[in-house]
Design a protein around this ligand. Structure first.
Ligand SMILES: NC(=O)c1ccc[n+]([C@@H]2O[C@H](COP(=O)([O-])OP(=O)(O)OC[C@H]3O[C@@H](n4cnc5c(N)ncnc54)[C@H](O)[C@@H]3O)[C@@H](O)[C@H]2O)c1
Ligand SMILES: O=c1ccn([C@@H]2O[C@H](COP(=O)(O)OP(=O)(O)O[C@H]3O[C@H](CO)[C@@H](O)[C@H](O)[C@H]3O)[C@@H](O)[C@H]2O)c(=O)[nH]1
Length: 462
C-alpha cells in the first residue's frame, strides 16, 4: 500500500520506517528542509535504538522516501498520516494549528488533483477530543465527499521514546477511531502484521479514540506523581519506597509498571497531555482536580534535587561547581523536552552555580537550550572532577555501575543526590559519600554509621 506520513519527528519517522518494514511504500513529508536532506542522505537526525537497522533496510529496498513537497508526498497515496506537533499553547490547551493547517493543505491538493480515489486521512498526533471533526470539516468545506472520497480516522500512537521501534512493531493494542466500516477494514489490514501475537486492534468511535490517548497518558502520569508522593512520605516516616513498590506491585490489580519514584516525569508528552486534558475539562465546565494535583506534584518533584543542593550549601550556590549526570528526559533518547535535568539546571544557573553536564546521547540537544551557559563533559568521570556535588537525573545504563571509588576521588565534596535510586544507600555511605535518594533513608558517612551497621546485621542490607 502507498502511505504518506506528514511530519518526520519521533513518531513520524518511526511509524514511516516500521510501515516500510512491513512492505509498504512510504513517503515522509516534512517542512524542515535540513531534516529531509539529511534523511534522504541516509542520516537519522534523532537517537532512537534500533531505528537505523530498519531505516537502512527500507531505504536499500526503496520503500522509504523523503520530501518537502506535499503534493509529491501524497500523490497516489491511500493513507495519509499526520504525525505533527501539538505543543501546548499559552493556556495549556493543545495547539492544533499544525494539524489543521496540514489538513487544509491536503484538502486543497485533493481538490486540485480531482482524483476520485478514496483516501484515509489518519491523525496520529495526540489531539483533544473533537479534533477529528475539525479535520473532517476542512475536507467537507472544500466540497470533498466524506465517506466517498475521504475518511478521517483517529489512530493515537502509544510508542515510548527509547523503545519506540519495538513498541511500534509490537504494540499492546492499536486503537482505530472511525465510524466508517471501509476505513476500519483498511486500517485493520494495515496493522494486522503488527498485532499477530494476540494483541487487539480496537475499533471505536473517533472521539473515544482521541480520549483513550489522553486517558492513558494521564493515568500513567498520575501513577508517577502518586508514587512520588508516597516516596516523600516514606522519607518522613522511615520507610523505603523501593520496598513499598515491590510490595504493591505484586497485587495484580496494580501491576509492576510505572511505579518508579524519581524526580518527576518529563518528555514531550506527559506534561503537555495532562495539561491539555485538564484544560479541556475546564473548557467544558469540569474541574479535573486530580490532574491539577498530578502537575503540581510533578513541578515540585522536578525542582527537588536543586532545592536539596541549595539547602545543603545554606542557600549559597554562587560559583559552586555542580555535576549533572543525565540530561535527556529518560534513558535511551536524546530528547530533552521538559527534562527534569533542564528544570534543575535552570534553577542552579539562576543561583549562580557552575554546572557541568554529561549525557551519553543528549549533549547536542542540551546545547540547543543552554549553549555555553553550562560546561559539557566528555565522560561521566570528567563531569565530577572538582565538583562539589553530583546530581543524577537519568538512569542511563552506564550510571548504574560506575567506579564509585573514582567518583569519590574526583568529587571535591562527596555529596551525591540521586534522583533515580541507582545505588545502595548504605554502600554509598561506606564509601564515604553523603547520599540522598528518593523515598529511601539518607546516609552520611559520619552520622549514620551505627544505623547502617545495625541494618546490615539485621537484614543483610538496610
Ligand atoms: N514523541 C513521542 O514519544 C510521542 C508518542 C506518541 C504520540 N506523540 C504525539 O505525536 C505528535 C508528534 O510528536 P513528535 O514527538 O513526533 O514531534 P516532533 O516535534 O519530533 O516532530 C514533528 C515533525 O513535524 C514537522 N512539521 C511541522 N509542521 C509540519 C508541516 N506543516 N508539514 C510537515 N511537517 C511538519 C516538524 O518539522 C517535525 O519534524 C504529537 O502530537 C505528540 O504528542 C508523540
Ligand atoms: O515509573 C516511572 C516511569 C516513568 N517515569 C518518567 O516518566 C517520563 C515518561 O516516561 P515514558 O512514558 O517511558 O516515556 P515517553 O516516551 O514520554 O512515553 C509516554 O508518552 C508517549 C507520548 O504520548 C506515549 O506514547 C507513551 O505511551 C508514554 O509512555 C520520563 O521522564 C520517566 O523518567 C517515572 O518517573 N517513573
Amino acid at each position: 500500500m502507498d502511505i504518506t506520513v506528514i511530519g518526520t519527528g519521533y513518531v513520524g519517522l518511526v511509524s514511516g520506517t516500521c510501515f516500510a518494514e512491513m512492505g509498504h511504500d512510504v513517503t515522509c513529508v516534512d517542512v524542515d528542509e535540513e531534516k529531509v536532506a539529511q534523511l534522504s542522505d541516509g542520516e537519522i537526525p534523532i537517537y532512537e535504538p534500533d531505528l537505523d537497522r530498519y531505516f537502512e533496510r527500507a531505504r536499500a529496498e526503496d520503500r522509504l522516501r523523503f520530501t518537502t513537497d506535499l503534493a509529491e508526498g501524497i500523490a497516489g497515496s491511500k493513507i495519509v498520516f499526520f504525525a505533527l506537533p501539538t505543543p501546548p499553547g499559552e493556556d495549556g490547551s493543545a495547539d492544533l494549528s499544525y494539524v489543521l493547517d496540514a489538513a487544509g493543505d491536503v484538502a486543497d491538493l485533493l481538490v486540485e488533483a480531482d482524483d476520485p480515489e478514496h483516501r484515509i486521512v489518519v491523525n496520529k498526533s495526540t489531539v483533544p477530543v473533537g479534533t477529528g471533526d475539525r479535520v473532517e470539516e476542512a475536507f467537507a468545506d472544500r466540497g470533498l465527499d466524506i465517506g466517498g472520497e475521504v475518511d478521517v480516522v483517529s489512530n493515537p500512537e502509544f510508542l515510548r521514546e527509547g523503545s519506540a521501534v519495538d513498541d511500534f512493531l509490537k504494540p499492546d493494542r492499536v486503537v482505530i477511531g472511525t465510524e466508517s466500516d471501509r476505513a476500519a477494514e483498511t486500517m485493520k489490514r494495515l496493522y494486522e502484521p503488527f498485532v499477530r501475537q494476540g494483541n487487539p486492534v480496537l475499533v471505536v468511535d473517533r472521539r473515544s479514540a482521541e480520549m483513550i490517548k489522553y486517558a492513558a497518558n494521564s493515568l500513567l502520569a498520575t501513577r508517577i506523581s502518586f508514587m512520588n508522593e508516597i516516596a516523600n512520605v516514606c522519607e518522613r516516616v522511615g520507610a523505603n519506597v523501593d520496598k513499598v513498590r515491590l510490595g504493591i506491585s505484586k497485587d495484580h490489580r496494580i501491576g509492576p509498571h510505572f511505579l518508579y519514584a524519581g524526580i518527576g516525569f518529563g518528555g514531550s508528552c506527559f506534561p503537555k497531555d495532562v495539561q491539555a486534558l485538564a484544560r479541556k475539562g475546564r473548557e467544558k465546565g469540569y474541574d479535573f482536580q486530580i490532574l491539577d494535583a498530578v502537575l503540581d506534584v510533578n513541578d515540585q518533584q522536578r525542582r527537588r534535587l536543586a532545592e536539596q543542593v541549595e539547602d545543603y550549601f545554606d542557600g549559597d550556590l554562587d560559583g559552586r561547581r555542580i555535576a549533572v549526570w543525565g540530561l535527556s528526559f529518560k534513558p535511551g533518547t536524546d530528547d530533552t523536552r521538559e527534562a527534569p535535568s533542564h528544570v534543575i539546571i535552570d534553577y542552579l544557573l539562576e543561583r549562580g552555580a557552575d554546572v557541568v553536564g554529561y549525557d551519553p546521547e543528549a549533549i547536542e540537544t542540551t546545547k540547543e537550550t543552554f549553549g555555553d551557559q553550562i560546561a559539557y563533559a566528555d565522560g561521566m568521570y570528567e563531569a565530577v572532577e572538582g565538583a562539589e556535588s553530583l546530581l543524577i537525573c537519568t538512569e542511563w545504563h552506564e550510571f548504574r555501575r560506575p567506579d564509585l571509588g573514582a567518583v569519590r576521588e574526583h568529587l571535591e565534596n562527596p555529596l551525591v543526590l540521586d534522583g533515580r535510586n541507582l545505588y545502595d544507600p548504605a554502600r554509598m555511605a561506606e564509601m564515604g559519600f553523603e547520599y540522598h535518594s528518593i523515598g529511601r533513608p539518607s546516609y552520611a558517612p559520619e552520622t549514620n554509621q551505627e544505623a547502617i551497621e545495625a541494618a546490615i546485621v539485621e537484614n543483610g542490607q538496610p
